[in-house]
Design a protein around this ligand. Structure first.
Ligand code: OOG
Ligand code: NI
Length: 321
């Protein structure tokens, strides 16, 4: 049952303008993600233990992808795929930047507000490749150089294929290439190995009872910790936005065996699971609990929270060798 739970993306309302291929495509990304995230099922089983009977309503708050910020790829490459699937890029002022990690990010939401609780938000980041060392840039240029010359249509086809298969639109790296990037940026090494595979899904605690409030993230953290699941400790187990309305936590990434082009095998950080609790905006404080919908909750992302959540793969990568 838990696996079916996480595969649920909800139902589109009749007559909405979302292409019929969007939900099956998202579902396909989840399939590959679930196969590479052994921890997902133990996490979900814990979430389902008594006290959270309506866990079947637990939906996906967002999906997250990581990219190399080079011409033809990067955030723009996901934008080219997401817009025709029924998504809109949400303008950010100031932009979501992470100078210490050399990252920038953007996010997308369903264009039709009626499906905002069905189509997960999509958070996409890219690493500013030109700010990395010459040796790291050389590795990245080696696998992405083709995209600079390619027609955008060709790149898009490769990106779509990579998204649907949980792979990369470049050849498998050697261990040496992976290590060159890992020494400098765990994020860059992750992208080299995993490409456009889903980095994590974030499950929406705010869609669980009690209505208008959602399941308590602090209680979840306690439960996961008591069962021995390693949580991302950066800045506290629950990351809280300055307005106090966006609460997030993440279980550290699984390490999965990866075969490099040189034949070497190593366990490397893969995907992780996140939980989000979005609280009600102050202007809707008086709304009866049963009337509270997604649009009444704190939206978007928070740089301070995200900066810490990125570490969910770093900590797994460094944990054992
Ligand atoms: C994304 C980290 C940020 C969030 O919800 O703020 C994030 C990543 O690890 O690629 O997921
Ligand atoms: Ni996230």
């Amino acid at each position: 049952l838990p696996r079916e739970l996480v595969m649920q993306l909800g139902q589109l309302p009749p007559q909405c303008q979302v292409p019929a291929c969007t939900l099956p495509a998202l579902h396909q990304m989840l399939e590959h993600y679930a196969a590479r995230t052994p921890r997902l099922l133990s996490v979900l089983e814990l979430v389902m233990r008594p006290g959270w009977p309506q866990v079947a309503q637990l939906g996906h708050d967002h999906f997250a992808f990581r990219t190399f910020g080079v011409p033809g790829l990067g955030i723009a490459s996901l934008e080219r795929v997401l817009l025709p699937l029924g998504y809109t890029r949400v303008p950010q002022q100031p932009p979501l930047t992470f100078p210490g990690k050399k990252l920038v990010a953007a996010w997308f939401r369903a264009t039709d507000p009626r499906v905002s609780a069905v189509l997960p938000r999509v958070f996409v980041s890219e690493i500013q490749v030109e700010r990395l060392s010459e040796s790291a840039q050389e590795v990245i240029r080696g696998c992405t150089g083709w995209a600079v010359e390619a027609e955008p249509e060709q790149t898009t086809v490769q990106v779509v294929a990579a998204l649907l298969t949980g792979t990369a639109p470049w050849p498998r790296p050697t261990l040496e290439q992976y290590d060159t990037l890992l020494r400098e940026s765990e994020y860059a090494a992750w992208v080299l190995a995993h490409g456009y595979s889903l980095n994590h899904t974030a499950l929406a605690l705010h869609r669980l009872p009690p209505a208008g409030q959602g399941a308590d993230i602090a209680a979840l953290v306690e439960r996961l910790g008591a069962e021995g699941l390693e949580l991302n400790p950066e800045g506290g187990l629950v990351k809280v936005s300055p307005d106090g309305l966006l609460l997030q936590c993440a279980v550290l990434a699984d390490r999965v065996p990866f075969t490099f082009a040189c034949g070497a095998q190593r366990d490397i950080a893969a995907a992780y699971v996140e939980f989000v609790q979005r609280l009600r905006l102050p202007e809707y404080a008086g709304l009866p609990a049963e009337e509270v919908r997604e649009e009444h909750l704190r939206d978007g992302f928070e740089v301070g929270n995200a900066d810490r959540i990125f570490e969910s793969t770093t900590l797994a990568a460094g944990a054992r060798g």
